[in-house]
Design a protein around this ligand. Sequence first.
Ligand SMILES: C[S@@+](CC[C@H](N)C(=O)[O-])C[C@H]1O[C@@H](n2cnc3c(N)ncnc32)[C@H](O)[C@@H]1O
Ligand SMILES: Nc1nc2[nH]cc(C(=O)O)c2c(=O)[nH]1
Ligand code: SF4
Ligand SMILES: [Mg+2]
Length: 215
Amino acid sequence: MSYAVKELFYTLQGEGAQAGRAAVFLRFAGCNLWSGLERDRERGPGGCSRWCDTQFVGTNGAGGGRFTSAELLAEAVALTWPQEQSSAQRMVVCTGGEPLLQLDTPLVDAMHARGFLVAVETNGTRPVPQGIDWVCVSPKAGSELVQRTGNELKLVFPQAGFEPDRFEALGFTHFILQPMDGPDRVRNTQVALEYCLEHPQWRLGIQMHKVLGIP
Ligand SMILES: C[S@@+](CC[C@H](N)C(=O)[O-])C[C@H]1O[C@@H](n2cnc3c(N)ncnc32)[C@H](O)[C@@H]1O
Ligand SMILES: Nc1nc2[nH]cc(C(=O)O)c2c(=O)[nH]1
Ligand code: SF4
Ligand SMILES: [Mg+2]
């Protein structure tokens, strides 16, 4: 079994309730909410393709390839610290693209066997496999939300006609508004800030890695 992966890198988690924590990022190639057409980034099919901040295609000469779980784990271990060197637990953040198109139990088990806590960043359109340690769901307007529980619900804000209150009763511990990056970032940050002041169940999540200028 091999996995289509765009990149593997070591950085600080820049988003959500774990922001600031060192982690290996495993960015899978491919996404079910991505139209695949460059022109749709301008015109917009109505979904997050229009504003997605990530290059995850990996098949256009931009890097990436197919790797076995053994190859991915060897690289992840090489990127992070030796377990005996620190009491901190190693973490892999599985993202993409949409990681749940590919992440399966054998890969999760292989990561656990090497001492990694396994986190996932998902759009919530596919159920999370058993055994994931940290689940971040980021729902997208126009898609069906299947994964309705987890550790954090991280809503990119604002999305037209997609108000935060529709998620408040779902089974998450943390509710985070992440201002939509792009040409309206400053205004989006202001409206997210105001929303959090008026609805204190929500916390503001700033994409720390972009402030720091790190991957
Ligand atoms: C690139 S996505 C990959 C994981 C998964 N496909 C998802 O959408 O959750 C990683 C995170 O970045 C967020 N994101 C994507 N584009 C963004 C933007 N322009 N501004 C703020 N957050 C964005 C997503 O909502 C998600 O939480
Ligand atoms: N530093 C850093 N933190 C992140 N948290 C979620 C990310 C993602 O693209 O899923 C991301 C990312 O791309 N970089
Ligand atoms: S689901 Fe995630 S990776 Fe896919 S286009 Fe939307 S934000 Fe980007
Ligand atoms: Mg990112």
